[in-house]
Design a binder for this molecule. Structure first.
Ligand code: SF4
Length: 415
């Protein structure tokens, strides 16, 4: 069995009682069969508590006010404290925030963006992500239906996408447009069972001409938008992405309100004209110091590494890419909304600075090793809602398949 992890994987440390968003509240914790059997046999006071605090018919821990029954007032886990540490955990608690994707003979393990400590590692990483490999020859398995040819092409495409995304000589807009388009073209070959043609596609996307071609294409689109005086295509596509978020199963009770408030802040900013408010460009420049090209690169790679090769089961490589692209854009926009709201609040509070000045402690330029709080918060919230519900992931991928709303050009307009 082979294992792949991102290089920052081992740096992860749980924040425990200092965590701003404990993983033991806000969602149901399902218990695996082996742990359930162990809990059923537990003796003494902890055994009695387990008997009472598990909903046995649903194989999950009971919750009070949205918090796990074992999460104490100090935000620490009583099961961990009284049960002898990590060995008392069920598989979900032992694994989180690690996310495991399973392929024949391969486990790809990432850290989930929904955990603030993991988000800090992912978004705070300035260097290009590397992937580390290990092997355990004693563990082996076979998947009878596994499509090895497709998996190999997906893995090759993903390596190329990561190379493109990490080429910092070019703007992130061009890099994102190129990988989106690569997935689009690969899907076309998957659909017509022409995987033999994938290598020539990869060659084309490895050529230096790639950069001028996508730069020109984006420039042309930008010109068209400028000519019409407004970026309707962008506004409509972004609106459609938010509509998808609105159609999802809700996991955290405050998610809808958070979404409403964020959308309203973005709408207000969209409606303002740059002539009427000259601060807008300065605000945008300040936001770009928070959500940098490197942030977008790390997010795209996080999503692509985690999900892209899962297309071996669904044969929907373009859907996985659209999911990654949409996640990156939506996290950017949620962070932008929080940025705008914080400017508004400091202006309303009469803070001794103009709205376009930096917010102390929230700008990476002031604390280069730390990620801005509003950014990690937006990423964690998004990941908790979307990535922790199979229904939501499936629905988002399906709705993004609408080629009228989410065509390549429409998605390019979001860059
Ligand atoms: S969300 Fe992450 S940092 Fe917070 S308690 Fe859970 S594992 Fe620890």
């Amino acid at each position: 069995m082979q294992y792949t992890v991102p290089h920052y994987y081992k740096k992860f440390h749980c924040l425990a009682k200092d965590c701003p968003a404990t993983c033991c509240a806000g969602w149901q914790i399902q218990i695996d069969p082996a742990s359930l059997r162990r809990y059923a046999l537990a003796k003494g006071p902890l055994g009695s508590r387990l008997k009472n605090e598990i909903v046995w018919s649903e194989k999950r821990f009971r919750q009070y006010g949205g918090r796990c029954a074992f999460l104490n007032e100090d935000n620490l886990c009583d099961l961990y404290l009284e049960g002898g540490g990590e060995k008392a955990f069920c598989r979900t608690c032992r694994t989180y925030p690690r996310h495991i994707e399973e392929f024949e003979g391969l486990r790809e393990i990432s850290l989930s963006l929904s955990c603030p400590a993991a988000a800090e590692l992912i978004l705070g990483c300035r260097e290009p992500v590397r992937f580390l490999h290990a092997e355990n020859p004693r563990k082996n398995e076979t998947y009878p239906e596994f499509d090895f040819l497709l998996f190999t092409k997906l893995a090759d495409a993903r390596s190329l996408m990561i190379d493109i995304l990490q080429n910092r000589e070019h703007s992130i807009k061009v890099r994102m447009a190129a990988v989106l388009s690569l997935a689009h073209d690969l899907q076309e070959r998957i659909d017509r069972n022409a995987l033999f043609d994938a290598d020539s596609l990869f060659e084309r996307y490895s050529s230096p001409r790639l950069w001028t071609w996508f730069s020109d294409r984006l420039r042309l689109l930008g010109k068209k938008a400028a000519k019409s005086g407004q970026n309707t295509r962008r506004d409509e596509t972004l609106g459609s992405l938010f509509v998808i978020l609105n159609q999802m199963e809700v996991l955290q009770p405050d998610w809808k309100a958070y979404l409403r408030e964020s959308r309203a802040a973005l709408w207000e900013a969209e409606a303002a004209s740059p002539e009427a408010d000259p601060d807008l460009q300065v605000q945008e420049d300040s936001f770009r110091e928070i959500f940098t090209d490197i942030t977008a690169e790390q997010l795209m790679i996080y999503f692509i590494f985690t999900y892209f090769c899962g297309a071996v089961y669904s044969r929907n490589a373009y859907g996985k890419m659209k999911f990654s692209f949409a996640g990156t854009v939506l996290i950017r926009e949620l962070a932008r909304a929080r940025f705008l709201l914080s400017l508004k609040k400091s202006a309303a509070d009469g803070a001794n600075r103009t709205p376009v000045q930096k917010i102390p402690g929230e700008c990476p330029a002031e604390s280069p090793e730390k990620c801005p709080v509003l950014l990690t918060d937006a990423a964690c919230r998004y990941a908790r809602e979307v990535e922790h519900s199979d229904f939501n992931k499936y629905k988002m991928e399906k709705l993004l398949g609408n080629e009228t709303k989410f065509s390549l050009e429409n998605l390019f307009s979001l860059l």
